[in-house]
Structures are given as C-alpha cells and as structure tokens.
Design a protein. Sequence first.
Length: 257
Amino acid sequence: MPEPSPSAPQLLKLLAHDLRWQLLALLVHSDYRLAELVTSLGASLNLVSYHLRQLRDAGLVHERRSAADERTFYYHLDVEQLCLLSREAATALHPAFGRSTHYAESPQWQFPAQSPRVLFLCTGNSARSQMAEALLREISGGLVEVQSAGSHPSTLHPLALRVMEERGIDMAHATSKSLEVFAGMSFDRIITLCDRVREVCPSFPGDPVRLHWSLPNPALVQGPEAVRIQVFRDQADQLAQRIRLLLTTLQREEAVA
C-alpha cells in the first residue's frame, strides 16, 4: 500500500531541511547512485541514506536497480509529484497561490546568443536516445542542436517510431549511430540514458556537463503489443518532462552568461 501524501506543513518541513534540499537540488537534474550523492554532499552514508528514505516515504524520490551493476540503485526525483504536492500546499494556504504556471507550460524557448548542443547516449541508439533527440528538437522548436548515438548501435525500434508519430513527430529518416561518430565534438550537455553506457562514456572536448537519466530499456519489455507500446509512451512522457526542465536550465544559463 502506498504511503499517504504529506500534509502541507509536513511537506514544507520536509523541504526545509538543508540536506534534503541539497538532495533534491542534485536529483532535479540527474539520477545518482547513493555513493555519488554521499561524495557530492560530503555527508556520511548513514545520514544521506536516512534523508533519502524520508524523501522516498513522501513519494518524492524513487529508486531503480542499476542495469549495469545490480548491486546498486539509481535514485531519481519524481518531478510531477513534487509539483503536485507543492501546488496543493500553496493552495491549502490560499486558493490563489496554487494557480501558478506549471513548469511544462513554458513560453517559447529563446537562445539568441548561441544554440545549446546536446548529445543523448544509450546502448543501441534504437529507442531511448532516439526519442529523446526527437522530443528535444520538437519541444525546443529546433533551437537546440541535438544528436543521439549508442555504444553498440542497432536499428530503430518500430514502437519508438510509432509513439513519436502519435505525437506528430516524424522519425522516418532517423538512423542509429555510433558514439564514435561524435568523438572530438563539443557539446553543452552529454546525457546518458542507459546505466551501461554511462560506465563507458568517453571524454569530450571542453568537459561538458554530464547528466544521467536512468531509464530502463523499453525494447526489453515482453508481453502483448498494447503493454509494450504503453511502456514506450510512458517513457516518452518522462523524457518530455525532463527535457522541459533541461531547457529551462539551459535558457537560464544563457540569460546570466
């Protein structure tokens, strides 16, 4: 049975703790393993584990076993739940406070100085990274230079094509590419979508910011087609959510540059 959602005072108390706030500030951009969070925060393993558990019990953070090393877990922030609970807390104080614009309802993105360059990586470059590339290009209105590649490129998955077509995005001419094609090129963000490719991701010029979005491979899901395609749809939704947050960060970085 899922844990009940925290009340408004409980949520605000939860967010007000310094270490929990720092955890959220890290996880809003990228997924991390426990040891990486401990290193980033400079806190003890027990302390970080305790506060992660507090966030998990509130439904704000989830864990997923690493596909590269099943002894470890990746932690990720449930942005939708955080936004929902935050709006509910504000509304509890006064109804007018909960009417702020949702992060997904962003105005037109603008990058007047220079288009950001983003590279998505996974293993086969057949589903996750291809959908991420197509979604970022679509959501940004073509203002971001985006590419995708794989450590062991294969062929484009038909359900990835179908799900993008449902969103009005044509991927008919997309092809799987090796990450070696982009060796030596400069990017503003390198985003790995596969736990395994994260372990073998090479260096890129200029030491770009690296993010990891730990997503399971939808191509491995078995069962009826209706089940499998829903997995692809859910992953596309999650990618679109993360991409909007990424665009907000990139736009803010350019504004203060």
